[in-house]
Design a protein around this ligand. Structure first.
Ligand code: GLU
Length: 430
């Protein structure tokens, strides 16, 4: 790592990734659509993004040489409003993954009833090996490359894996230069002084926390004495661990890309917060690290994967020793694994519900930018909690009405809105 990035960002902990995320998205979509009795054309239309752009970004590296990076932006569906979704910087980014993540964002915005469709962007790069100057040039180059298809009323980016508020600030600045006017609503997850929102940085973790509180009530599993394992100690995982610790919940395990820490009596989270680096690595600095896979096999009440996709697979699903999984990451559990976990009676709060706090507060940020009037921390938190509770209970009701799991129920809710809007616009018939 040449220079540390300023904020902590999501840390990947890739160990297995057998599934193709686009196929996973399409299969789940198909299943949800079958419950709605929509004709095949609805699936044919929604299985792929409406628009997909591939760009090549030349960046001058610190050694004077030009390196060309590949980037993508997928816009899944804009029938309900502009599209919305983060940009990830990661060496494993693929076109399929970006397309799937854009589809997931459409469903997520439908589930939380936001006036957006879904989008996602990605650049194949390893920010851990790049300097701040190189990252700045790459961020600006990406905005120049996609500027024609994004904008405050077209498609609004945000942070995702390995991107943060500083990167959003550079991207905003580049966009403002291209358009020649100030447009804070172009991007969310910005620093506060550039029109960011109170509570955005912690929004995903807060949203996961509200889901945990609802599930504890639903399953009559008291928060006091509850044992939780969090896989991933980036932005989402670390803030979440802190919230849980201060609520008296025992965080017995945490992990990062290099290893994991486990203590059945509960880890000292404030100490880990001090020792972690800007990429969420903590396991190497204290205690005796175990592997991510070993951590998955430890006993806990709630397991929260909060890093990358495809980590709970058919290979390890039988070995998990938890009662509940809350998917804080996008797509951490493969379809095959979900089948096994459903059979084992392990309750899963799906990603599109559990981690939607981020996009919900991004929406609040965009509203504030459009109004030019900024809300208090308290108001943001209250509105976020309302949204999370409303979405959770609506999805739960659908799950009960259709006799399906929470993931399919969330898809049913999410797809209904996009399909209906697409029908009313005359794009599809049913
Ligand atoms: N990247 C986040 C997500 O996957 C946030 C997206 C946003 O705020 O637009 O939900």
């Amino acid at each position: 790592m040449k220079e540390k990035m300023m904020n902590v960002i999501d840390s990947p902990a890739k160990e297995t990734d057998t599934a193709n995320p686009l196929e996973e998205f399409q299969e789940t979509l198909k299943e949800a659509i079958s419950f709605l009795n929509y004709p095949d054309e609805v699936f044919s239309f929604l299985k792929n993004p409406m628009r997909f752009l591939e760009v090549n970004i030349p960046v001058q590296m610190d050694n004077g040489k030009i390196q060309v990076f590949k980037g993508y932006r997928a816009q899944h569906n804009d029938a309900t409003g502009p599209t919305k979704g983060g940009i990830r910087f990661h060496p494993d980014v693929t076109p399929e993954e970006v397309k799937a993540l854009a589809g997931w964002m459409s469903i997520k915005c439908g589930v939380t009833n936001l006036p957006y469709g879904g989008a996602k962007g990605g650049i194949i790069c390893d920010p851990r090996l790049m300097s701040m100057n190189e990252l700045q040039r790459l961020s600006r180059g990406y905005v120049r490359a996609i500027s024609q298809i994004v904008g405050p009323t077209k498609d609004i980016p945000a942070p995702d894996m390995y991107t943060n508020s500083q990167i959003m600030a550079w991207m905003l600045d580049e966009y403002d230069h291209i358009r020649e006017f100030d447009s804070p609503g172009f991007i969310t997850g910005k620093p506060l002084v550039l029109g960011g929102s109170e509570g955005r940085e912690t929004a995903t973790s807060k949203g996961v926390l509200y889901n945990l509180q609802m599930i504890s009530e639903l399953k009559k599993l008291p928060l006091e004495g509850m044992k939780v394992i969090i896989q991933g100690f980036g932005n989402v995982g670390s803030f979440l661990a802190e919230y849980l610790y201060h609520l008296g919940i025992k965080v017995v395990g945490v992990s990062d890309a290099l290893g994991a820490l486990y203590d059945p009596d509960g880890l000292d989270i404030p100490r880990l917060m001090e020792t972690r680096d800007s990429f969420g690595v903590v396991s190497q600095y204290s205690g005796k690290p175990i592997t991510n896979q070993e951590l998955f096999q430890k006993e806990c009440d709630v397991l929260i994967p909060a890093a990358i996709g495809g980590v709970i697979t058919k290979e390890n699903a039988e070995q998990l020793k938890c009662k509940i999984i809350i998917e804080a990451a996008n797509g951490p559990t493969t379809k095959e694994a979900i089948k096994i976990l459903n059979k084992r009676g392990i309750f899963i709060v799906p990603d599109i519900l559990a981690n939607s706090g981020g996009v919900v507060v991004s929406y609040f940020e965009w509203c504030q930018n459009n109004q030019g009037y900024y809300w208090s921390d308290k108001l943001i938190d209250q509105r976020l909690q309302e949204k999370m509770e409303e979405s959770f209970h609506e999805v739960l009701q659908i799950a009960e009405a259709y006799g399906v799991d929470m993931k399919i129920a969330a898809y049913i809710k999410g797809v209904k809105k996009i399909a209906e809007a697409s029908r009313l616009r005359g794009w599809i018939n049913f």
